[in-house]
Design a protein around this ligand. Structure first.
Ligand code: AMP
Ligand code: ZN
Ligand code: FE
Ligand code: FE
Length: 280
């Protein structure tokens, strides 16, 4: 059985391993097709692709873009086979990276007001790629002893509704899909239960160009995966899967290579990407 994992993060965004370390770890775990889907950046893809060629595994270039719902829920979109050299993509990502930094500055200011001794320099040390996210703040909070785990840092301080929480700049899911399509990518709904309304979101986003949805997600159990596979079949979505690995100990369930993604997923994504390229 070939091992496939299509949802991972590196130090280019908020993962712990560099793209090379990630690919090497994937290779050690017997993964033959790996998708790198860093948040709002394609900066890790060149290094990952080179490391993959060296290790003899296939690297699918990807990205993960975040958008909002009307409540605590979020809609995340994965884009597969995006062209990292796309100029329109680069411009959009530059704006998103800037917004990420502004948000983290506000979060850090709130935490300072709460009396927690952290600052931007500490957070920057955890975000060498310059694309900042709350997991970097979580690591700084662990460093000062305000939390023991990333999860605890979210639960106490920076998760939705917690005292250090600041909403991100509003991005519509349709915009994220358009961004992915403009770079020749195949748009896929990530961890669909995070949306709070799987079928409603599918009905809204399929007309915008959504082509697939995650079914075999790291944190979901067999029952949840069966439900999602049923929806994918019903709506004609390519069923995909990935662990959402950010490195060891990030969060339960998000274990690299732990997801039973069938080889047909890769073929369907490749066909959809070829179709997207042909239609341009
Ligand atoms: P951000 O992009 O700054 O909004 O941070 C989102 C990242 O934090 C994603 O990788 C999420 O998977 C992760 N995340 C969100 N909520 C939690 C949580 N409660 N515990 C651990 N990680 C989380
Ligand atoms: Zn992340
Ligand atoms: Fe996500
Ligand atoms: Fe992710």
């Amino acid at each position: 059985m070939i091992r496939i994992d299509l949802h991972t993060h590196s130090t280019a965004s908020d993962g712990i391993e560099s793209p090379t370390e990630l690919v090497q770890e994937a290779s050690r775990r017997g993964i033959s097709v790996l998708g790198l889907t860093d948040h709002d950046t394609v900066d890790g893809l060149a290094e990952a692709t080179a490391a993959a060629a060296e290790a003899g595994l296939t690297l699918i270039p990807g990205i993960e873009l975040s958008s909002d719902s009307d409540d605590a829920h979020e809609i995340h979109l994965l884009g597969y086979f995006i062209d990292p050299a796309s100029e329109s993509l680069a411009q959009r990502l530059q704006w998103l990276t800037r917004q990420r930094r502004l948000r983290i500055e506000q979060i850090v200011a709130r935490l300072e007001d709460l009396g927690l001794p952290i600052d931007m320099e500490m957070v920057e040390r955890y975000a060498p790629g310059g694309v900042m996210g709350r997991p970097h703040v979580a690591r700084a909070l662990i460093e000062i002893g305000a939390a023991e785990t990333v999860r605890q840092a979210f639960d106490r301080y920076i998760g939705w509704g917690k005292p250090g929480y600041v909403p991100r700049a509003r991005v519509e899911a349709e915009d994220a899909i358009a961004t992915i399509r403009s770079a020749g990518g195949v748009p896929v709904l990530a961890h669909p239960f995070s949306t709070g309304n799987v079928t409603g979101v599918l009905e809204r986003l399929i007309p915008a160009g959504l082509r697939g949805m995650e079914v075999w997600y790291g944190e979901y159990d067999d029952n949840q995966r069966a439900q999602l596979l049923h929806h994918a079949d019903r709506y004609g979505m390519i069923p995909t899967g990935g662990s959402d690995w950010h490195g060891a100990g990030f969060r339960e369930g998000r274990t690299l290579g732990s997801v039973p993604v069938p080889p047909s997923t890769v073929e369907l994504l490749m066909d959809a990407a070829a179709e997207a390229a042909g239609g341009q």
